[in-house]
Design a protein around this ligand. Structure first.
Ligand code: UFG
Length: 341
């Protein structure tokens, strides 16, 4: 089966590509390298022994995208390509809506024109806002979106739902990720943040590497076990496996299918627990200090994992320590790859 992966050289896309190839799928990647680098393709080849077909293309270019879909006789699409910085989306909402919504519409149009009905969409637990009950299950309603990024994910999920219940044949699963961290066990692919990282784990690894002077811990006055905010961190390889389960489920399903599923571990860790784990497994001391809460942050979120186990037969297996170990191996490797690319 041939799967087109949009954003296939990005953080989650590249790990999913590796996992798809391992499971005997043929992969075609469309990526405009806006938040990834070309050496990732070489490294995917090193890990898997296979070089996926690659197109350097912006999904806003519908004509060319449609042509690629036509030429390649695709069976399904996993759509990752999107902007994902919460803070940047607040500064540049038009850019976010244009990129994230129009890209999705172009994917859906091309699918319809070429008779493709199988889609996995990259969503986020950000659609829940700060939920009323924890762990948050898929029955929880969407709260007011906290950012244009979050709103773009809510709207995208609704668009997919509308299309799948229309006469256009569409079978789709939206995966709502919690906080993906860590890197591939080969040390050959991982997260490549552009500029100063927004997210906790790349900020930690860059601080340990001396690229940043000090990590700011945003808020130690939350009503949590140690005062810092709580998230459900999930190893990127576990997350990649969930995509293979989701696309396989859709491909083997004979009736109409539309679903949305959380992808998390079910365990909430505080920022301090993440730091302590990183220091312990890598035998390092991290320079950090407490600062004001960050605007738009919620206090706590972690996933109810029942649905992912029942519907996908998937559950996370990696621990926080394993996430922190792989993140550090990757951080130390990045400079070697950047030099040769
Ligand atoms: N944090 C720090 N210092 C930093 C960076 C983050 O203390 O330098 C804290 C944050 O305040 C938060 C926690 O670490 O409490 C996690 O922050 P991240 O930025 O890593 O992740 P978020 O939970 O804010 O955001 C992530 C994804 C979004 C997604 C959101 C859904 O990055 O794409 O989860 O909840 F929308």
């Amino acid at each position: 089966m041939k799967i087109l992966v949009t954003g296939g050289l990005g953080y989650i896309g590249s790990h999913t590509t590796v996992e798809l190839i391992k499971n005997n799928f043929e992969v075609v990647i469309v990526d405009n390298l806006s938040n990834s680098e070309f050496f990732i393709l070489e490294n995917i080849k090193q890990i898997t022994g296979v070089s996926p077909k690659f197109y350097n293309l912006d999904l806003l270019d519908f004509k060319k995208f449609d042509q690629i879909v036509k030429e390649n006789k695709i069976h399904g699409i996993i759509h990752f390509a999107a902007f994902k910085s919460v803070s940047e989306s607040v500064l540049h909402p038009v850019k976010y809506y244009e990129n994230n919504i129009i890209s999705l519409l172009n994917v859906l149009r091309a699918m319809n024109l070429n008779g493709i009905s199988n889609l996995v969409f990259s969503s986020s637990c950000t659609v829940y806002g700060q939920p009323d009950t924890l762990p948050v299950s898929e029955d929880s309603p969407f709260k007011m979106a906290e950012s244009p990024y979050a709103y773009s994910k809510q709207v995208s999920e609704n668009i997919i739902k509308d299309v799948s219940s229309s006469s256009d044949k569409l079978n789709a699963i939206s995966l709502r990720y919690f906080n993906p961290v860590g890197a591939h066990s080969s040390g050959l692919i991982g997260e490549l943040p552009l500029g100063v990282p927004d997210n906790l784990v790349p900020y930690i690894t860059q601080t340990a590497a001396g690229i940043r002077e000090e990590l700011s811990v945003f808020g130690n006055d939350y009503t949590t076990k140690d005062g810092t905010a709580i998230r459900d961190y999930i190893h990127i390889e576990d997350l990649a496996r969930a995509h293979v389960k989701a696309i396989s489920k859709i491909l083997s399903c004979n009736s109409q299918l539309y679903d949305y599923i959380n992808v998390g571990t079910g365990i909430g860790h505080s920022v301090l627990e993440v730091i302590n784990s990183f220091e312990k497994v890598n035998n390092l001391k991290l320079n950090y200090s407490f600062k004001e809460r960050r605007n738009g942050d919620i206090k706590e979120i972690y996933s109810d994992v029942k649905k992912s186990e029942e519907v996908l037969g998937w559950k996370a297996v990696f621990s926080l320590n394993e996430m922190m170990k792989s993140a550090w191996v990757w951080q130390k490797n990045i400079k070697n790859f950047r030099n040769i690319s």
